[in-house]
Design a protein around this ligand. Structure first.
Ligand code: BDR
Ligand code: CA
Length: 305
């Protein structure tokens, strides 16, 4: 299985991503690191611990950044509820492993074969950027950086910016400049993973154990999004996991991505040159289309078994 570091801020869709990653035989989640994002760091850490417990795996969970490299914590996202898990109560989970996320990631990379570790970021990218900032040579241990981040059209936090990109745009820019392959699941991709009542009902009907039931309970508790006319909500973060375990469900395009780091209304915007208009060298692989039925079948198969 592919060794993975999972950097998260659970978060309802983080929770589904988390359960999917822990249950996927193709992945070996070596480390979970946590950032403040959907909810504040302490809450996100407690949720991550509970999710590791629910997933039935022994994985160190290490706390990281409570705020971005520059500026202030973005704000909590109402869509995830006050507790980040839309009110789902889980047993407490194993204790956090002492230490700091960036150090823990560096320790994993230092011990790794060259090009072996996948860094998966489904939160503001602060922890991952800090890990690579002070010892850039450690990036050699990275196979791929897979991020749920950005948008090529409008944002979901500001009109210009997607939440994870907005919450720490400098960190995202650092990862794009790291020299390691970056893959982006943007809002346009994750919109295709539209979670509707019918899809939740089909998942529930497939049976399965506690992780599938918890995933369905969380999905059912997330309010439908205005973006989709109330039809459902986007399962953003699980798309990053799906890319790693079922890349045949996606089409991709190599692109140049710039992040707006200015202080104005476009801060955090990802300017994605899908048509090569700027004639810049490409620095990211964009996930463009998703086979949604295949994606939900993957959730059913992996969480239900
Ligand atoms: C991203 O922001 C968070 O609310 C989600 O967990 C996801 O990582 C979507 O914009
Ligand atoms: Ca997230």
């Amino acid at each position: 299985p592919r060794p993975v570091v999972l950097d998260c801020d659970p978060g309802t869709d983080d929770a589904i991503a988390f359960l999917l990653a822990l249950a996927s035989p193709e992945l070996d989640v070596r480390l979970v690191t946590v950032a403040g994002g959907n909810v504040r760091l302490e809450r996100a850490l407690a949720n991550a611990r509970a999710l590791v417990g629910l997933g039935g795996r022994v994985v160190p969970v290490v706390a990281g950044a409570a705020r971005p490299l520059l500026g202030a914590f973005a704000a909590e996202r109402a869509v995830h509820g006050d507790d980040g898990l839309a009110g789902l109560t889980l047993p407490e989970g194993p204790p956090a492993t002492p230490g700091i996320a960036a150090d823990a990631i560096r320790t994993v990379l230092r011990a790794a074969q060259p090009g072996s570790i996948t860094l998966m970021g489904i939160a503001p990218a602060t922890n991952l950027a800090l890990a690579l900032a002070t010892e850039p040579a450690l990036a050699q241990g990275v196979a791929e950086i897979v991020l749920m981040s950005g948008a090529w059209a409008e944002g979901n936090w500001t009109p210009a910016a997607e939440f994870n990109a907005f919450a720490d745009p400098e960190a995202l820019a650092m990862l794009l400049a790291s020299g390691r392959p970056v893959t982006l699941a943007t809002l346009e991709l994750t919109a295709q993973a539209l979670c509707t009542p019918a899809r939740i009902a089909a998942l529930r009907a497939s049976g399965g154990g506690a992780p599938l039931r918890a995933a369905c309970d969380i999905m059912a508790a997330v309010p439908p999004s205005r973006r989709f006319g109330g039809a459902g909500h986007a399962l953003h973060d699980p798309c990053a996991v799906a890319w790693l375990v079922a890349p045949h469900l996606f089409t991709t395009r190599e692109v140049h991505v710039a992040v707006d780091l200015g202080p104005g209304p476009s801060r955090g915007r990802t300017v994605i040159d899908r048509w090569g208009r700027l004639r810049q060298p490409t620095n990211a692989r964009l996930l463009e289309t998703l086979d949604a039925d295949g994606f939900f079948a993957l959730l059913r198969k992996t969480l239900g078994s």
